[in-house]
Design a binder for this molecule. Sequence first.
Ligand SMILES: [Zn+2]
Length: 88
Amino acid sequence: MRQPAVRCQEFVELVTDWEEGALDDASRLEFEEHMAICPPCVEYVKQLRLTRAVLRGAAELDRRGPSAPPPAARAALLEEFRRQRGNG
Ligand SMILES: [Zn+2]
């Protein structure tokens, strides 16, 4: 069995470009070839999409649009803000 052209690490790095259609034909073919032989990476893409859908849903509920940071990031920012004010 020959080595896959795209290894899992590279696959993960290419996912966003692939979804945006930013890969050139050769890279896209290698990417899709890897997906055909590597179920864990297919699973990874599914999880990524699910996570994004959840984040998008949260942003819409928030009524601040898709550019609002996800709730966890916002909580961290607020925490940081509070700490800085506490010190000042
Ligand atoms: Zn893989």
